[in-house]
Design a protein around this ligand. Sequence first.
Ligand code: CO
Ligand code: CO
Ligand code: CO
Length: 324
Amino acid sequence: MCYLDKNTENRDPNLLVGFDMSDDAGVYQITPDLALVQTVDFFTPIVDDPFLYGQIAAANSLSDIYAMGGKPLTALSIACFSCSLDPSILVDILKGGEDKIKESGTILLGGHTVTDEEMKYGLSVTGTIHPAKVVTNSGAKPGDLLILTKPLGTGIITTAFKFDMITEAETKEATTNMATLNRAASEAMQRVGVNACTDVTGFGLIGHTCEMAQGSKVRIRIQSAAVPIMVGVLSLIEQEAIPGGAFSNRRYFQDWVTFEDAVSENLRIAFCDPQTSGGLLISVPKERADELLAEINKGKESKAFIIGEVLGKDPLSPIAIEVI
Ligand code: CO
Ligand code: CO
Ligand code: CO
């Protein structure tokens, strides 16, 4: 269910998942059948529309609860806002956030705003989960199939928009995906039963898959042709609309990843693209994969794709991911 850090002998036994485990959210057990899942996340605007920014930031904050298999219960908003801006902008951001909080069935308890030249917004979310049903990113098993529930490319598309390389209309697929809750995918995986899950965010597909492989002590094979990528992303990479984070992810994880020669340079960049409010990356036993796909694809909220498989690990090799 979760692995414990060897250096934490004095660890509180109720702490089921802590920050030493690079998982999505912390989990603290309250009673034998109840644990709290807690997370906080906030960031600077990535779109011009304040309501949409609020929606995306809230969906992103809720995602870490969904990635653990939790049910979000309450939220607190956290915002930084400049006095020189029209206060109605902040109102619209908060309204966008409340829209997603409501859609998720979460209760907004309050929040806090401070003055800051650089605008930021997000949520601290508390959810509940049965202690035996926590889905960490470290339970993947050889033979599992790997499923991704949103296409890649939000970093590339928001970068291209920032540099006026695409119109607002051309960002629609990305902004819709970012504002989509991971709720349906999370509830489907809780019903079907899976071995591991995380959401794809700042480290990109490569980074988050790498963390799952390393935490699970397995090797993961990604089928590059099966990975969903949003329309226009590869041509924007060709035009060098690439966020700095894609390059730092590439450098940071390079020692643990091998790319087959046939995998193009542009695809490699797309796989390292930092995502905002990305999809869930789920490791599911092979025999349950079809059922999970059907469950997730039943609704219109999200679409799941099988993008790879989990292999046994060669203990002598540092390689955690192979991309073919
Ligand atoms: Co996460
Ligand atoms: Co997070
Ligand atoms: Co306050």
